[in-house]
Write a protein that binds this ligand. Structure first.
Ligand code: NAD
Length: 362
């Protein structure tokens, strides 16, 4: 099969880590008999430098016409003085909106070889964890009305008020619920749906709708959990979770908590999906300007994002498994870039060397 992949290398370490992922995809293509056709597009700071805007029309058209988009990272101090309307982050928001990406998938997994990086207690670490946060990305309180009503005395006046409105429609809840159940079907078939239904009307609609959609997936077990309890359970017993389904704001907070308990930002991939199979796959970390151009970046989050792309955009599960297994073997056999190395590690690998190690094990 031939697949057209749009590449957005972006800024900072972006070109180094996307180049690493491309090498891995090419090897997967050779081994499994696929052709990946890569086309580069500009976004963020690199796009501002070349075209004056962070999200050029050519990028929008090219990405929408591709089978999937692989992104490094955008932004950096060079563009900090740009006006707010023309900053690199505007490019990210622009592409997410243009592609209609309403689902954010963020796996958080504890690699046994990196268990010393985990900030949790040893008995919790011993049980391990491997969960997937499925967060709604384009609705809820972040997109409702944001109002400030100043009384005569302004900010100090006790009658000055502000409010933000959380709105969810059945359609928005149905589609994110289906995304979570579909993700669970590719994993351990367990969804925990997060809400605050003891207080919020949106949460009660959320819970009712999620339970109705669950009937379409009889193989998947569904539990509900209140958001405050979830924040606690993530640090007490993260091994209980498989897929965690959340609204936009609850997911914003809980997915950061989930990523922190893995202890290593250079290892975390993510996917943003919309109504079509063409999604956006990117590492969780940023453009790391402090190490850009030094061949020091950990490429594994981007390589694992490419594995997610194979699994979720192209339905190439065996190929995705092969990449994930190669990364596991690298870690188990002691391969470390600087960000995950301990002072006792004999040798710290460069970005290129770590990629070579993954390729050897593919
Ligand atoms: P960052 O994630 O870029 O870096 C934080 C720290 O982690 C740095 O010390 C960095 O060297 C290290 N780090 C990050 N990724 C690494 C990797 N793969 N290997 C080794 N070390 C790694 O976050 P920041 O410093 O807050 O942001 C830098 C720039 O990135 C900013 O302009 C920010 O807006 C942008 N950013 C972009 C995205 C994105 O493109 N999705 C996400 C977050 C931040």
């Amino acid at each position: 099969m031939q697949y057209n992949i749009a590449l957005i290398k972006g800024d900072g370490i972006g070109p180094e880590i996307v180049t690493a992922a491309v090498r891995v995809l090419e090897k997967v293509g050779e081994r499994f008999g696929h052709t990946f056709v890569f086309t580069d597009y500009l976004l963020g700071g690199a796009a501002i430098d070349a075209t004056g805007v962070p999200f050029p029309e050519e990028t929008r058209v090219g990405c929408l016409a591709s089978d999937s988009v692989l992104l490094g990272a955008v932004g950096g101090p060079k563009w900090d003085s740009q006006p707010a309307t023309n900053r690199p982050e505007k490019g990210l928001l622009g592409i997410r909106k243009a592609m209609g990406l309403y689902t954010n998938l963020r796996p958080a997994r504890l690699y046994p070889a990196l268990k010393d990086e985990c900030p949790l207690r040893a008995d919790i670490v011993a049980k391990g964890f491997d969960l997937m946060m499925v967060r709604e990305l384009t609705g809820g309180i972040y997109f409702g009305d944001h109002v400030r009503q100043d009384a005569a005395g302004g900010a100090q006046d006790p009658d000055t008020k502000a409010w933000d409105v959380e709105v969810y429609s059945v359609m928005e809840i149905e589609r994110i619920a289906r995304a979570a159940f579909e993700a669970a079907m590719k994993r351990r078939k367990h969804v925990t749906s997060i809400d605050k239904s003891n207080v919020l009307a949106t949460s009660r609609l959320w819970r009712e709708t999620v339970h109705r959609i669950a009937k379409e997936y009889p193989e998947v077990t569904l539990d509900d959990m209140l958001v405050d309890n979830t924040a606690m359970q993530l640090v007490r017993n993260p091994s209980q979770f498989d897929v965690v389904l959340t609204s936009n704001m609850f997911g914003d907070i809980l997915s950061d908590e989930a990523s922190q308990i893995t202890g290593s930002i250079g290892m975390l991939p993510s996917a943003s999906l919309g109504a079509t199979r063409c999604g956006l796959y990117e590492p969780l970390h940023g453009s790391a300007p402090d190490i850009a151009g030094q061949n020091k970046a950990n490429p594994l989050a981007t390589i694992l994002s490419a594995a997610m792309m194979l699994r979720y955009a192209l339905d190439l599960n065996d190929e995705a498994d092969a990449i994930e297994a190669a990364v596991d073997r690298c870690l188990n056999e002691g391969c470390r870039t600087a960000d995950i190395a301990r002072s006792t590690d004999a040798r710290v690998l460069t970005c290129t060397e770590m990629t070579d190690e993954v390729l050897k094990r593919l």
